[in-house]
Structures are given as structure tokens and as C-alpha cells.
Design a protein around this ligand. Structure first.
Ligand code: AHR
Length: 632
């Protein structure tokens, strides 16, 4: 028997409490949510023709030459010269896409290319989409005419659905055409933005109604070395000027003999800010603090040379919030967004630690707070929130009255259950907590696609009762990583999995969504024998009141193997509607998981519950998470 006092507000819940961690890992951006279908569209990968193959038919021949123009265009150093001898047949090249291209029957595809014709002879270009067997499933043509660089476009409709299509760019005629920025997008994207994002994937994040969007990572913020760190200024403006960079996760690409993970930055800071705005999430950029990934080279910018890095942070705040009368605010306006993005949160470094972090953090913080005191700084306490180094950092940040500490935990389900109490005795006077990256790593299977099983989701649901009960100190939380391509991942588990055409939400996703959609306004005490419910009889619980909907919302997890008959006696409310709503997420098997073919193996199911005066009674099945909502 549990007691709830609905008239005793304990902690205000942050409106940003449950959010999204985004990183370009597991093909999340290029090959994922960024809807570009052409891999290595501007020939800037380590091997400039990676992803491309020469093609010739009907007796035609020719030559492909990669031209280096580093001195003239360092940010887009290569283009391709195609010398075609195709009086009959055709000559050109084909692109394999990111693990193939996902093409949908009836969808319109926008092909664009920047080209110049360096010989007078007439040349035509045919663009074909072919399925895995080589059948043409979409076709367009265009005639390049100009001797100067010019953008050409052609749209065509696909006649079949295929998840492993390729794009053929074929020339007819005898002459030379130079090309760059060879691109193919579906017309239908998120908000129908040309060159935009995959709508099904953004919709899945929008459906969580996240309180914040953290971007662009993760370790890619840091880079393996400083030359390959994420630089936000290089990720905005014309896409042919955004410098391609090797992805920090490239060498983890175990499935490929030739690692091919690069960042085109087609999804850059402007797109992140706009997506956050679209889905009503507070933007939370994380910036490099003059340190490369400490798990790799650990390169450091000398402290006396940190100014450009700090300036990047100050300029970013001006870019997000400044008026058109400021340098960076004007750039945002010129890019089509006069309205400020209302940036209030900024991360200084990702998952950094040690004295080297502390001395850099001090300089960043001093400069940011001097100019923008209203910006809350997210500070790193290193990779795992335990041990001497964690305690040292935690102590240091407390002494500095830091705003938010970014704790990361990738641990076993048992750790998550044990740590439902983690924040119960935290010092309330110090910094607030951002549980910035976490996921329960199941011990039941080694198979990546099965790691998002019910064991892991249930443990996270139990742990999150602890985050919620301690909402006065835990102000934000996000599961990580967010996305993974089933044919191109290097880290599992992940919240949402996809292939080139489909996507599915994991049970872990539904746990996050249930918390986010039911976060309420403030917590109220839910007790058993006068104590918080954090593991007694393998049960975990929290309760909140939503002021707007006038609901009492109870989250209850039975993580054990026995059914639990429970009664909630509620005081502090005048009366309740006769029936409440119950949302149940459960599985009889802890190793059950969702998949592309069975996306609904574990999904929330709605039912109702009778309210007897001010009490409800129910039996909660083993391994079950319930959200119970009562109208007051
Ligand atoms: O989420 C995957 C990685 O885990 C992140 O890039 C990093 O911050 C953490 O180590």
C-alpha cells in the first residue's frame, strides 16, 4: 500500500526535463536523418572516388580525373573531370549511396549537379536510378550548356520501391564535362525543406515532445584530433562551402573494409537550431573546449592560444540570439531566420576530465558569463559518474557554483536499478544535474540489434523514477545514442533504428516518450512505509501533478518476477474522476525487442482503471512499467 499526497508539491519539474541527444554516430546524420542520397557528392572523401564507380555502355569509353583545386577552394578541394567518348552508348559513373539508396515508388526525386562544359561538343546527361538487379526505376535528363560552373536540376518520379538502389550519371556525346556537388534528394522531406531531413526520422523525435535538443554530439565535438574537431562556423551557409570532414567514428566502422564515414555538414548548426525550433525543444549546442577526444589523441590547445575557441562560443551565442545589427545575428538573418533562437544553454566540452579540462573550463566560463550571464553552462564530469576523478570534478564544480553537470552512464541494467536512489541524497545547494547520456547495456545478448531489449528498457524506466523524484536537482536527461542504421552502426544499443526506407522505435524509446509526455509540473510524495519507492519488492515509483491538465500522474515499475498487488491511497485532492487512464509497457520476456519487421512487439497499451473514492488498486504484472493518470 502506497500513499500519495497530491497537495504537497516537492520539486518543480524542469520544462526541459526529457530531451534528445543527437550525434552523427551509426550513420545518424549522413546516411540517416540528412536525406541526401549520394555518398561523397563533392569528391572530398579520403579517396575522392569512394562510393563511385566508372560506367560505360554500348562501346563508349572515357576517363575520370579528380582535379585538385586546394589553393582556390580549400574547403571543397576536388571536382571531377569526365572525358566522354560516347558517340554511341554512354560513359559516366554510378553512386552506391550510404549502404544503398532508399527509393519509394511515386516519390519525386530532385537531382542537382554543379557542372561546366570545357569542350564545345554537345553532351547530354542521363540520370538513372537502378534497383539492386539493375532495372531502371527512375530517369531524368539534362543538357549542360555553360562553360562556367552552373547548377543544373532535373526532377523525376520513381516507378518502384527499392532500399538498395544506385544512381547512374551517364553522358552521351564526345566531350568533357566537369562536375561537383552531385546530389539527389527526395522531394518529400521534413517540413518539405529542399535538401532537408528524412521526415519519418524527425517525426519520431517530434513525437517525443522533447524538452531540449543536444547537438552535435558526443565525441564528434572533440574529434580524434583537433584538426578534425567539429567547428560550427564551417557547418553553416552554402552547402558547397561546408568543408567535409572525416567522422570521429570512422575507424570504429568494423563492418567495412574501407571505412567510409565522413561528415558533409549538410545537417549543420542552422539545421539543428531550426529542427529544435520546429519540435519545440530548447537548443543545447556542445562546443569543443580546446581538447581532442581523450580516448584518442587527447591533443590540447595551449591555454594561451585558446582565444579563437572561446570566441567561437561567444560568436555562437550572438549567432543564435543577436539582432540583425550584430555581425553573427545578421548572418542568421541573412540565412533566412531573423527571429532569434533563444539560446540559453551551452556545453563547454564533451565528456572531458582532468586538470587540463578544468583550466580550459575556467577561461571559457569567465568569458561566457561576462558577456552572457543568462546562458547556463553545461560542464563535463568525465565519462562515468564514479571513482576518484568523478569525485574530484564534482567537488571542483560545486566549489565554482557551476550551473549543470553532464553525467554519462552506459551501465548494466542492474546498475540502473541500484542507482534509482542515486540522487536521493545529493547536495541540493550545488550545481544541477544533466543526465546527458545514458542507456542500460543489457547482459542478455551480444547481438547489437537485440540490445534494445525489454530488460534494458525496464531498468531505464525504474532508474527514471529516481530522476523524476529528484527533479529539483536533476533538471535534464537524455538517452544516448539516438539513431542507428541497421547496416551501418558502431555503437549499440540506440533509441531509434532505421534502414534506408523504414524506422522503428525501441522499447527504450517508449519509456523515454512516456516520461516526456507525462512529465507534469511538480513532484508529490509517493511513499511506502514513509520511504520513497526505490527497489522495495523490486518496485520503483514516482508521482507528479500536471497543473495544466489537472492530473495526478503515477509512474510505477515492477522490475521483479512476481505480480505485485498495489493500492494507492491518495490524499490532498478533493475528488477524482471515476475512471483513470493506464498506459502499460510490458513484455513477458526480458530479451524481447522491436525490429524493422516486428516494430510493435513492445508498445504502450492504453486501458482504464476504476477510482474508488481516493484510492486505486491494481495488480502490476512482473516486468511491467505503468503510467497511471487520474483527473483531479
Ligand atoms: O554516445 C556515444 C558516445 O558515448 C558519445 O559520443 C560520447 O560522449 C560517449 O562516450
Amino acid at each position: 500500500t502506497y500513499t500519495i499526497d497530491a497537495a504537497m508539491p516537492k520539486a518543480q519539474i524542469s520544462p526541459n526535463m526529457y530531451g534528445i541527444f543527437f550525434e552523427d554516430i551509426n550513420l545518424a546524420a549522413d546516411g540517416g536523418v540528412y536525406a541526401e542520397l549520394v555518398k561523397n557528392r563533392s569528391f572530398e572523401f579520403g579517396t575522392p572516388l569512394m562510393g563511385w564507380k566508372e560506367q560505360q555502355t554500348g562501346g563508349a569509353s572515357g576517363k575520370l580525373e579528380v582535379i585538385d583545386r586546394t589553393a582556390e577552394r580549400p574547403e571543397n578541394a576536388h571536382y571531377l573531370r569526365v572525358k566522354a567518348d560516347a558517340a554511341t552508348g554512354s560513359y559516366g559513373l554510378a553512386n552506391e549511396g550510404f549502404r544503398g539508396m532508399g527509393i519509394t515508388k511515386g516519390e519525386v526525386y530532385n537531382f542537382t549537379i554543379t557542372a561546366r562544359k570545357t569542350t564545345a561538343a554537345f553532351i547530354t546527361m542521363t540520370v538513372e536510378l537502378r534497383d539492386a538487379k539493375g532495372n531502371v526505376i527512375g530517369k531524368g535528363s539534362l543538357t549542360p550548356t555553360s562553360a562556367a560552373w552552373q547548377k543544373y536540376k532535373v526532377n523525376f518520379t520513381a516507378s518502384a520501391t527499392e532500399d538498395k538502389a544506385s544512381l547512374y550519371v551517364l553522358l552521351k556525346g564526345k566531350g568533357t564535362l566537369e562536375m561537383d556537388m552531385v546530389s539527389l534528394f527526395p522531394q518529400h522531406t521534413w517540413k518539405q525543406r529542399p535538401g532537408g531531413l528524412r521526415a519519418d526520422l524527425v517525426q519520431k523525435i517530434a513525437d517525443m515532445k522533447p524538452g531540449f535538443l543536444r547537438f552535435p554530439g558526443g565525441c564528434i565535438v572533440e574529434g580524434r584530433d583537433l584538426a578534425n574537431r567539429y567547428q560550427w562556423k564551417k557547418s553553416i551557409g552554402a552547402i558547397d562551402k561546408r568543408e567535409t570532414l572525416i567522422n570521429r567514428w570512422n575507424t570504429e566502422f568494423t563492418q567495412r573494409s574501407t571505412p567510409d564515414y565522413y561528415q558533409s555538414f549538410g545537417l549543420g548548426f542552422m539545421e539543428y537550431f531550426m529542427t529544435a525550433e520546429d519540435i519545440g525543444a530548447t537548443p543545447l549546442p556542445i562546443l569543443n573546449c580546446g581538447m581532442a577526444c581523450q580516448f584518442n589523441t587527447g591533443q590540447l590547445v595551449p591555454v594561451d592560444q585558446l582565444d579563437p575557441y572561446i570566441q567561437d562560443a561567444l560568436d555562437l551565442i550572438e549567432f543564435a540570439n543577436g539582432g540583425a545589427d550584430t555581425k553573427w545575428g545578421k548572418l542568421r538573418t541573412d540565412l533566412g531566420h531573423p527571429k532569434p533562437f533563444n539560446l540559453k544553454l551551452l556545453g563547454v566540452g564533451n565528456e572531458q576530465w582532468g586538470e587540463q579540462y578544468i583550466e580550459r573550463w575556467k577561461l571559457f566560463t569567465k568569458a561566457i558569463k561576462a558577456k552572457y550571464p543568462y546562458v547556463s553552462i553545461v560542464s563535463s564530469v568525465g565519462p562515468f559518474p564514479e571513482g576518484e576523478e568523478f569525485t574530484r570534478l564534482d567537488k571542483f564544480f560545486r566549489s565554482q557554483h557551476a550551473d549543470l553537470l553532464d553525467e554519462h552512464y552506459y551501465k548494466s541494467p542492474k546498475w540502473f536499478l541500484d542507482n534509482a536512489k542515486r540522487y536521493d541524497n545529493y547536495d541540493r545547494s550545488g550545481p544541477k544535474i544533466f543526465a546527458g547520456e545514458y542507456a542500460a547495456h543489457s547482459t542478455l545478448t551480444g547481438d547489437a540489434l537485440k540490445k534494445n531489449n525489454w530488460e534494458s528498457a525496464l531498468a531505464e524506466a525504474a532508474f527514471m523514477t529516481g530522476l523524476e523524484r529528484n527533479a529539483d536537482v536533476v533538471r535534464m536527461a537524455s538517452y544516448a545514442p539516438l539513431f542507428a542504421h541497421v547496416d551501418g552502426w558502431q555503437w549499440a544499443p540506440d533509441l531509434i533504428w532505421f534502414d534506408n526506407l523504414r524506422s522503428y522505435a525501441t522499447p527504450n524509446y517508449y519509456v523515454q516518450q512516456l516520461y516526456s509526455l507525462n512529465k507534469g509540473s511538480y513532484t508529490v510524495p509517493l511513499l511506502v512505509d514513509g520511504k520513497a519507492v526505490a527497489g522495495q519488492d523490486s518496485c520503483y515509483a514516482s508521482a507528479v501533478v500536471d497543473k495544466a491538465t489537472k492530473e495526478l500522474i503515477i509512474k510505477f515499475v515492477n522490475a521483479g518476477d512476481k505480480p505485485q498487488p498495489v493500492t494507492f491511497n491518495i490524499s490532498g485532492a478533493k475528488a477524482f474522476a471515476a475512471a483513470g487512464t493506464v498506459v502499460t509497457l510490458t513484455s513477458g520476456k526480458r530479451d524481447e525487442y522491436n525490429s524493422l519487421d516486428k516494430p510493435k512487439a513492445i508498445v504502450p497499451v492504453k486501458s482504464s482503471i476504476a477510482v474508488k473514492g481516493k484510492a486505486i488498486s491494481l495488480t502490476v504484472a512482473p516486468s511491467t512499467f505503468k503510467v497511471i493518470k487520474l483527473k483531479m
